[in-house]
Design a protein around this ligand. Structure first.
Ligand SMILES: Nc1ncnc2c1ncn2[C@@H]1O[C@H](COP(=O)(O)OP(=O)(O)OP(=O)(O)O)[C@@H](O)[C@H]1O
Length: 289
């Protein structure tokens, strides 16, 4: 029965979640340039704002989600989060409106490439000290969120954009204020896989886990898999890291007791950066900007 319901939901969403075409004008102001992505609850567009004569990003609640508990509440929450934030490296909320019975909000467009594209499409490679520098930069944004009692809960390589040498954190669809429930419908988090429980907990350490995962992606950018297939090995065996970096990642991933606060994490990142810089010779160093 459950399977049949899931099938029906898939078909229903395919039927009605058709994105608007390029060229469509919404609210007599936003001209759609292209679809940027179709997420689980929203459709994201790059648009031209005719009033401000500049580009912006529009997020539309998937029509199939409008009547569900993952429609309006998710939209309202994401808007309330963006509205409360004021940081140059976080997109600003610009507008919210209804058009054609559909829910939209507009936010600042952060032009640039996300780290997923940089690594996998552009072949960026990044040394250990530089990877730690990226995390230190990202930590500045995370620290701002945490000072506002907010946990992002979705720090991943596609959600961090590099624009003119500066990082920007996007996608606040899963962000939650401390004390708020982790899910909209009552769900037992214990039923989730351990990794999902860690990253979705409304606690600062969930973002530290995201940073650890992000760091591993950066570090793997220089890794060449062996030609012969070997048995599955862990990142600790595969990556040749300074012990200080290894220890730090273990705490971020909660394999060892997690960090309590940003100051403690920052100190360890700086120390690991300094120590690993001594190993990496200057000709290997490439500043990520
Ligand atoms: N403010 C923004 N500036 C630039 N690009 C953005 C912005 N917001 C989203 N994007 C891009 O739009 C695409 C879709 O992003 P979005 O995070 O809204 O949804 P998603 O990742 O497809 O799904 P989900 O909402 O389930 O996480 C991504 O490629 C992202 O890089």
């Amino acid at each position: 029965m459950q399977k049949l319901k899931a099938r029906w939901q898939q078909f229903y969403s395919w039927l009605i979640d058709r994105p608007y075409r390029a060229g469509t004008l919404l609210a007599q102001r936003y001209q759609i340039l292209k679809v940027l992505g179709m997420g689980s609850y929203g459709i994201t567009y790059l648009c031209h704002d005719r009033v401000k004569s500049g580009d912006c990003v529009l997020k539309q609640v998937r029509p199939s989600k409008l009547g569900s508990n993952k429609g309006r509440p998710v939209y309202d929450y994401e808007i309330s989060v963006l509205q409360a934030l004021d940081h140059p490296q976080i997109p600003k909320l610009l507008d919210r409106f209804t058009s054609d019975g559909q829910l939209f909000f507009a936010m600042e467009y952060k032009a640039g490439r996300n780290w997923e594209d940089l690594i996998f499409d552009e072949g960026y490679t990044i040394t250990e000290p530089d990877a730690l520098s990226v995390i230190l930069d990202l930590l500045d944004i995370v620290e701002y969120l945490h000072a506002n009692q907010l946990v992002h809960r979705d720090i991943r390589i596609p959600n961090v954009i590099l624009q003119d040498g500066q990082l920007h954190l996007i996608d606040f669809g899963l962000a939650r204020y401390l004390g708020d429930p982790a899910t909209y419908i009552e769900e037992n988090l214990d039923a989730y896989l351990p990794e999902k429980q860690i990253k979705r907990e409304v606690a600062f350490k969930s973002d530290y886990w995201g940073l650890g995962h992000f760091l591993l992606f950066l570090l793997y950018s220089t890794f060449t898999p062996p030609e012969q297939e070997t048995e599955a090995v862990t990142w600790e065996e595969e990556l040749d890291l300074h012990p200080a970096t290894q220890k730090l990642i273990r705490r971020l991933l909660q394999l060892d007791p997690p960090y309590d606060n940003t100051a403690e994490l920052r100190a360890d990142l700086r120390a690991a950066n300094a120590l690993s810089s001594k190993i990496h010779t200057s000709d290997q160093k490439v500043r990520y900007t």
